[in-house]
Each structure stands twice: as C-alpha cells, then as structure tokens.
Design a protein around this ligand. Structure first.
Ligand code: NAD
Ligand code: TYD
Length: 336
C-alpha cells in the first residue's frame, strides 16, 4: 500500500505519517508538502530515515506538477491534508486559502482521476456546517453554512471532491473532523497559542465573551479515525469525526492555566473575530457504526499531555515563533 499524504509536514499530517509508519510496517508513505509557514520537517525527524518514507517538496495547486508526480509515484491511495488551515489568517489574507484549498484540491483530483488512484481521502472539517444552535448536532447530511473564507474553501473543496465520485467514479471519501489539539500544533490555534503564551507569562487573548463552544479531538484519535475510514469507509460517503468533549473557550483557557500553574490575570479580552461561529457540534455515529472507531484520549488526559509536550519542547516552540510568526501575531493581535 503506497500512500500519498499531502500536507504531511503540518500538525495533523505529521501525526498521521508518524502513526502509519509506526503501526503499518508494510505501508509506504510519500509526503508531498510545500513547506509553508505551517510545514515543518522537524515534526517528522523520528521517521525521516525510514526506508518506507519519502519527502517531496511541491505545491498541490501546480496542475502539471501534480500530473507528473502521480504518474511517477503511482500511489494506491491519497490522504489529502494540505491546506491553509487557520480561520484568522484566512480573514487577513484569503488569497492563498482559496488557491490551496480549492484550486489545490482540484489539481489533486484531476491527477488522481487521470492516474487511476484506488482511494482519495479528502480531510475536511466540521466548520463547513457553520454555527449550530443548542441542542442541534450536525450529521453528515446537515446543510453547509460556512462563515469564513477558510470554511467556505473547505466546503467548496468537499463538494468538488464528491462531484468527482458522482461524475468520474473516482473513489472519494470525505471526512469532517472537529477541532484537533495535541503535540506539534502550530501556536496560532487556540490551545497551543494559550499554552505557549502562558508558559512565557504572556497575555492570553480571548476573542469576545469567550463563550464560543468547540468540540475537542486529540490528534491521534483523528488519525486513527482516518485509518479506519481508509480501511472500511465507503466511497462517495462523508464521515464526521467528533472529539471527546465540547467546551466553551474560557473553560479551555481556565484548564490550561490550571495545568501550567499560571494566574488568571494573564487572560485578556480582545475584540471578537469577524463572523465568529458561536458553536460547533457534530455527531460521529455513522463512523462509529461503520468502523467501530471511537476517541481513546479524553480531554482530561490529552490536555495535560499536550501541555507537557510544549514544556518539554521549548526549542521547537521558540523556532516556530521566530520570523514570520512575529509579523502575523502583530497583524492579528495588535490594536485588537
Ligand atoms: P497545518 O496548517 O498544520 O498544516 C498544513 C500543511 O499543508 C503544512 O505542512 C503546509 O506546509 C502544507 N501546505 C499548505 N499549502 C500547501 C500547498 N499549496 N501545497 C502543498 N502543501 C501545502 O494544518 P492541520 O491543522 O494539520 O490541518 C490539516 C488538514 O486537516 C487541513 O485540511 C484542515 O482543513 C483539516 N482539519 C484541521 C483541523 C484542526 O483542528 N487543525 C480540524 C479538522 C480538519
Ligand atoms: P481556532 O483554534 O482558531 O480554531 P477554529 O476557529 O477553527 O475553531 O479557535 C478556536 C476558538 O478559540 C475559536 O472560537 C476562536 C477562539 N480563539 C480565541 O479566543 N483567541 C485566540 O487567540 C484564538 C487563536 C482563538
């Protein structure tokens, strides 16, 4: 089984590559990544020398480049993570988001179609359903109602991927996961940003009233769900992947303060995100019924484990927070 993993140097992609190489010694993994600000080969240091692993630097939005790569590598399956993945950045600069998430998915689908790939797993997000009122939960047939350029680009790419199944019979499966957290997450998303700021005694910027609700999924649970879908998922289907706990942001930050032993005085309230979704909620019953998957790591276990990882990997944090990160931070948080 030869897997072409796109975006394998990012947070979830690298966790997936490490898991596959550890637990499936007969799989070969080709990691295709552009190495944007979010791509980091340090995340793959543990597997870099594996004979079953191979890295290719490339841009998924390059149509001809993708055709050549697929013809040369002849993957059995594609697991497509590569994306511009951050809502705040998509609000500040939508261009690369549309290019990578929509155009990039299109060029991969075209290359897969022309080269006869046996499985195309398109990794997407619960954000495509938009904000849901209590007590609703999105099933896979819930209407799409994305709010940000990020979630709209993911919704568009989901529909495009599914159209390749309907029209060309490409064996596409779409997954939609809730908010991931865990080691190696770039410190622009809520949990790693709050952990790394707390560890440096820096302010913890909560958007608006902080009562927005997210469903938290440990990254390795997400990766195991993707393996279950690769194994047992049906073509042309969508599978939601929900986490172990839904919490308001303020409560997540309170638990981070508790785990780091830092004072609540670090919390600062800043202007809300434009178009901020109030609540995400999804049901992953279909995935559980069809594959037997369920989350193994509770938030009570996963959060302290994640905090410890950031404590133990201060050099990694320092390196990813140098350079471009400083300009992004200034742009997103100054005068807010
Ligand atoms: P990430 O930002 O950490 O990593 C994205 C990776 O894609 C990086 O390695 C980057 O270099 C690469 N990339 C970006 N543009 C590229 C291009 N044009 N060509 C090739 N590579 C490119 O993202 P993540 O958090 O690991 O998310 C991975 C996927 O999972 C995304 O598709 C995202 O929409 C989806 N997802 C994420 C979450 C979450 O909570 N992080 C939840 C559900 C779904
Ligand atoms: P984020 O990690 O960006 O994921 P998403 O917006 O894709 O769900 O944000 C999670 C929640 O945390 C969201 O409600 C926005 C909020 N948030 C803050 O309050 N402050 C911050 O500095 C960040 C990055 C997020």
């Amino acid at each position: 089984m030869k897997l072409l993993v796109t975006g394998g140097a990012g947070f979830i992609g690298s966790a997936f590559v490490r898991l596959v190489l550890k637990e499936h010694p007969r799989f070969k993994v080709v990691n295709l990544d552009k190495l944007t600000y979010a791509g980091n080969l340090e995340n793959l240091a543990a597997v870099a020398d594996s004979p079953n692993y191979h890295f290719i630097r490339g841009d998924i939005a390059g149509g001809e480049e993708m055709q050549r790569l697929f013809a040369q590598e002849k993957p059995d399956a594609v697991v497509h993570f590569a994306a511009e993945s951050h809502v705040d950045r998509s609000i500040l600069s939508p261009d690369p988001v549309i290019r990578t998430n929509f155009q990039g998915t299109f060029s991969l689908l075209e290359a897969a179609r022309r080269n006869g790939v046996g499985r195309f797993l398109h990794v997407s997000t619960d954000e495509v359903y938009g904000s849901l009122e209590e007590p609703h939960e999105a099933g896979e047939d819930y209407p799409l109602n994305p709010s940000s350029p990020y979630s709209a680009s993911k919704a568009g790419s989901d529909l495009l991927a599914l159209s390749y199944h309907t029209t060309y019979k490409l064996p596409v499966t779409v997954t939609r996961a809730s908010n991931n957290y865990g080691p190696y997450q770039f410190p622009e998303k809520l949990i790693p940003l709050m952990i790394s700021n707390a560890l440096e005694d820096k302010p913890l910027p909560i958007y608006g009233d902080g009562l927005q609700v997210r469903d938290w999924l440990f990254v390795e649970d997400h990766c195991r769900a993707l393996l279950a879908v690769l194994d047992k998922g049906r073509n042309g289907q969508i599978y939601n992947i929900g986490g172990s706990l839904a919490l308001p942001n303020r409560e997540v930050v309170r638990r981070i303060l508790e785990a780091t032993g830092k004072p609540a005085s670090l919390i600062t309230t800043v202007t809300d995100r434009p178009g901020h979704d109030r609540r995400y909620a999804l049901s992953s019953g279909k995935l559980q019924r069809e594959t037997g998957w369920g989350p193994l790591v509770s938030f009570e276990q996963g959060l302290p484990l994640t905090v410890r990882w950031y404590q133990d990997n201060a050099d990694w944090v320092r390196r990813v927070k140098s350079g471009e990160y400083q300009q992004y931070y200034e742009r997103n948080y100054a005068n807010r």
